[in-house]
Design a protein around this ligand. Structure first.
Ligand code: CA
Length: 367
């Protein structure tokens, strides 16, 4: 590679000062790319678990690509592929790990079979909400634990958006007690699915593109997806009008950007910074958009489509809470990474929850 930059005496002086000082308190992924040509153009493929151009979740990778292409002045060109275009929805992690795509956008709980502790970095039933997750990741040591977890796979994770609290979902029949959950076949991924199984349900995993027809045909009895904005877009109200709001299984679901480590380290430092900052911007942008659109979509569902919005019965919520504790204890017993990371998560959660009881929750109750 031809080096077109001739360093001045001043540059060399600054570089040697930086080398002496080193970097401390900076949690960026490691990168050794001093010899990279700063004018080189890079082309990245970004594979996703969502249908192409899907609102909300699918908008995040498109916005990321746009930000990066513009901020780098075309030096890093990112092309987004929807689920199934290059790889199926659930092959995103493997594809980024082996480097057939440089980058992916998905949810960490999809990799539960491969990395049992991964779901901690998407959603824990009755766990942290969106603001609390962001706080833990970026100021509470969470992202460092996440990077350690993915390191053996040559994959670097970044926060990739948050849906906020998700709705309990769409049911073909009303749920009046825990008895109605017995044998109920529901599309519900991750730890929520494990908890659902513990209270007698039959969880199934389907990618977004398969949900509507499965619910409409009766192949499944119920499904969760995201919330009013995305659920309306999917037309789930055309399969059933019974919609349970009570958030429990995904109280603030984090999405992820994942980057192939070699591809990241091959970038000059300014492009690495652009990738990092663009993911951070998109992470917040998704929450802003859901916050803006969910309430408007809920009105549409109720007023224009006759959707009946209901609360889960108290005995169901209580059973789900008890089952959640058991599932988390089981997961911790079976996997050391899960135990270690969940202990850190819990420490932060307990403390932030106590403070939010005095602040956010108190305000919600009083306003
Ligand atoms: Ca969901």
């Amino acid at each position: 590679m031809k080096n077109i930059i001739k360093p001045s005496v001043l540059t060399l002086f600054i570089c040697s000062i930086l080398m002496v000082i080193g970097c401390s308190g900076d949690n960026k992924p490691d990168a050794s790319n001093e010899n990279v040509n700063a004018q080189q153009t890079f082309k990245w493929k970004l594979v996703t678990s969502w249908p192409k151009n899907f609102p909300g979740l699918g908008k995040a990778p498109e916005t990321f690509a746009q930000y990066v292409n513009e901020m780098s002045n075309g030096r890093l060109q990112v092309t987004v592929y929807g689920a199934g275009e290059l790889v199926p929805a659930f092959e995103v992690f493997n594809s980024v790990s082996v480097g057939s795509a440089e980058m992916g956008h998905a949810g960490a709980y999809y990799w539960k079979g491969k990395i049992p502790a991964a779901p901690i970095f998407s959603a824990i039933p009755f766990g942290m909400n969106a603001n609390e997750m962001n706080a833990w990741l970026h100021y509470g040591g969470g992202i460092e634990l996440w990077r350690e977890l993915y390191q053996p796979f040559g994959v670097i994770p970044f926060a990739g958006g948050n849906s906020g609290a998700q709705m309990a979902g769409w049911f073909r029949k009303e749920i009046n007690s825990i008895e109605d959950i017995q044998g109920l076949k529901m599309r519900i991924p991750g730890l929520g699915g494990e908890v659902f199984k513990k209270v007698g349900g039959l969880p199934v995993t389907l990618s977004g593109g398969e949900i509507f027809t499965s619910l409409q045909s009766g192949a499944i009895d119920a499904t969760e997806w995201v919330g009013p904005y995305n659920d309306l877009t999917f037309g789930l109200h055309k399969a059933t009008t019974i919609y349970y709001h009570t958030p429990w299984h995904e109280p603030g679901t984090l999405l992820e950007f994942i980057v192939n480590q070699e591809a990241y380290e091959a970038l000059p430092k300014d492009l690495q910074k652009i990738v990092e900052v663009a993911t951070r911007a998109v992470n917040q942008d998704m929450l802003d958009e859901y916050t803006a659109r969910n309430h408007a979509s809920m009105i549409q569902l109720v007023q224009d489509h006759g959707v009946k919005v209901m609360s889960l019965p108290t005995d169901v919520i209580q059973a789900l809470k008890i089952a959640t504790k058991e599932v988390l204890a089981n997961e911790s017993a079976e996997n050391d990474d899960f135990a270690r990371i969940y202990a850190e998560y819990s420490k932060f959660y307990e403390s932030v929850k106590n403070y939010h009881d005095l602040s956010e929750k108190d305000y919600y109750n009083n306003r």
